[in-house]
Design a protein around this ligand. Structure first.
Ligand SMILES: [Zn+2]
Ligand SMILES: [Zn+2]
Length: 331
């Protein structure tokens, strides 16, 4: 089968992914094989190919927003039948027994494994995954539209939950890529008043189109102090900027897997019970809740498609904020 393989991490401008012919994987007991139709492109993929994360496996096939159909079942799989449409997200497996798994925090599992990092992902014609970590995709979404829900949507949803935003609240979003454009639709569904901080005019336009009440640059004051805010951009210097826009008792959630160093800031920005917290991975419950909510609203994902062999190009566009909404590989 064809796959975009990462053999050595390099800046994405040097085209680190190579189109390769690799053996079709076979599902082990408890696993399914997914014939991939679409795979979303995520900032984490960029961090993986450029070596910002420690890679447990090389070569590796990136990609963790996978939509496809089940085309082979390992022994003992009861959850799915051949031909079922499924989605595969970032969380690939957990040990089910560590302190975190027992506390309903499987996103923090001591032995958690992730799709497209510990196991080959969706920048390929097929991949295998434990059936317990794949999800039936029933909503009224095309394969391409569904792909960004699986990470951009799921992580955005978890960040939204951890930001403690309540219906009707004022929410601020810093950075406006794939995740933020989904979060904005959920927040609007909850009647939140959403302000979006982003530089690119095309991103501001899309935000207003999706119901943002205000768009501007980070550092400009929003119309009123925010009850909650989420930073999607990996820029630590935004933290004091966003803290300054929060009301007393408000929460700032950081949605990225990496971020540049946080600058020193006055205690006054945190005092008065403001909360600053990160968001890491997601649980299976997050995935199920997000998929249900996205079908109910319904969330409309804005996508830009790329052919599989153009994966390097897709990541370059992502790096330069040239994608409106979410990038998706067509396989
Ligand atoms: Zn665990
Ligand atoms: Zn992701």
């Amino acid at each position: 089968m064809r796959a975009m393989l990462l053999e050595k991490t390099r800046p994405v401008e040097e085209n680190p992914l190579r189109l390769a012919e690799i053996p079709l994987p076979n599902p082990a007991a408890g696993e399914i094989r997914v014939h991939v139709r679409a795979c979303g492109v995520c900032h984490t993929d960029l961090h993986i190919v450029e070596g910002d994360l420690t890679l447990p496996k090389l070569p590796v096939v990136p990609g963790h927003q996978i939509v496809g159909t089940v085309d082979a079942l390992g022994a003992g799989v009861k959850e799915f039948c051949e031909g079922d449409r499924v989605g595969v997200p970032w969380l690939y497996s957990t040990d089910g027994e560590c302190l975190y798994c027992r506390k309903s925090l499987e996103n923090l599992c001591e032995r958690g494994r992730f799709t497209g990092l510990h196991a080959d992902g969706g920048y390929a014609e097929a991949m295998v995954v434990p059936a317990a970590f794949a999800y039936a995709l029933t909503g009224n979404f095309s394969d391409l539209e569904a792909a960004p829900l699986l990470c951009a949507g799921v992580i955005g949803y978890r960040a939204l939950k951890l930001s403690n935003v309540q219906p009707g609240d004022r929410l601020g979003l810093y950075g406006f890529g794939a995740s933020a454009h989904i979060v904005l639709q959920i927040a609007r569904h909850w009647n939140c008043e959403v302000s979006v901080f982003t530089r690119a005019e095309s991103h501001r336009q899309l935000a207003r189109q999706l119901g943002a009440v205000w768009t501007g640059a980070a550092g400009e004051p929003p119309p009123a102090p925010l009850d909650a805010a989420i930073i999607f951009a990996p820029a630590g210097k935004l933290v004091p900027v966003a803290m300054r826009a929060l009301r007393k008792g408000g929460t700032l959630a950081l949605a990225g897997i990496t971020m540049s160093a946080l600058p020193e800031m006055e205690y006054q920005l945190l005092y008065q019970e403001r909360v600053l917290r990160s968001v890491a991975n997601s649980t299976r419950d997050d995935v199920r809740s997000l998929l249900r909510l996205a079908a109910e609203i319904p969330v409309r994902t804005e996508i830009e498609t790329f052919e599989l062999p153009k994966a390097n190009h897709a990541l370059q566009s992502l790096k330069n904020s040239r994608i409106r909404g979410a990038g998706v590989l067509v396989i």
